[in-house]
Design a protein around this ligand. Structure first.
Ligand code: HEC
Length: 182
């Protein structure tokens, strides 16, 4: 008991002493942004068109396998320059997951929207790691996970007419698109 009462002030002193210099380096909190200086938020559609879709298409062009007249054509990189393309596009996908979660863009911030946006983020992070490690199979897995996130979110959030003949068949879609199948 005695030991405890003696030890406590020592801990407190240590904490305060350690915390102070770190605190002193913390920049002053930014002033709240006025409406006039608020950044412009692109629409979800523009984020899809100009950020997510080009990044994903480029990643997919450097992963998976397509059959052509010469037979099966494995597109996973072998050259460092191509691995670098995968790292960069996977990074764009990872951060795009966060862009989709921003206030004003997230359609349903606590529902499946969040799940799909986080899945996109995780797939991008996995793609970066796979490319950094030159891992063939994980490069394809990450491409497939990206595709699933797109597909699932679109299935839920892009309205289709009630009598639409469209049905989800992810294996068929992956095959048709020449993307790695699950
Ligand atoms: C969290 C949900 C979500 C994820 C994940 C998502 N999308 Fe989208 N996407 C949408 C929504 C919602 C729209 C419809 C936007 C609109 O028309 O306002 C859309 C529209 C699009 C469009 C059409 C844009 C246009 O010009 O009309 C493309 C292309 C697209 N997405 C590509 C992708 C790709 C590729 C991925 C995955 C790599 C992806 N999206 C992942 C929600 C998502």
């Amino acid at each position: 008991m005695r030991r405890l009462t003696l030890a406590l002030p020592a801990i407190f002193t240590a904490t305060v002493v350690c915390a102070l210099p770190a605190f002193a380096q913390t920049p002053a909190p930014a002033k709240p942004a006025s409406a006039a200086s608020a950044p412009t938020l692109l629409s979800v559609k523009d984020v899809m068109r100009h950020i997510i879709n080009p990044a994903a298409e480029t990643y997919w062009a450097h992963s998976g396998e397509v059959d052509d007249e010469k037979g099966a054509n494995d597109r996973v990189p072998t050259a460092q320059a191509d691995w670098n393309i995968n790292i960069a596009t996977a990074a764009q996908i990872a951060e795009a997951g966060n862009l989709l979660l921003m206030d004003g863009r997230a359609r349903d911030p606590n529902g499946p929207w969040r799940t799909y946006a986080l899945a996109l983020n995780a797939a991008g992070v996995a793609g970066m790691a796979a490319a950094a490690a030159h891992n063939h199979d994980k490069t394809n897995d990450a491409g497939s996970a990206m595709y699933d996130a797109c597909f699932q979110c679109h299935g839920r959030y892009i309205p289709r007419p009630k009598d639409s003949l469209y049905r989800h068949d992810i294996d068929k879609d992956l095959k048709a698109a020449g993307k790695p199948q699950k």
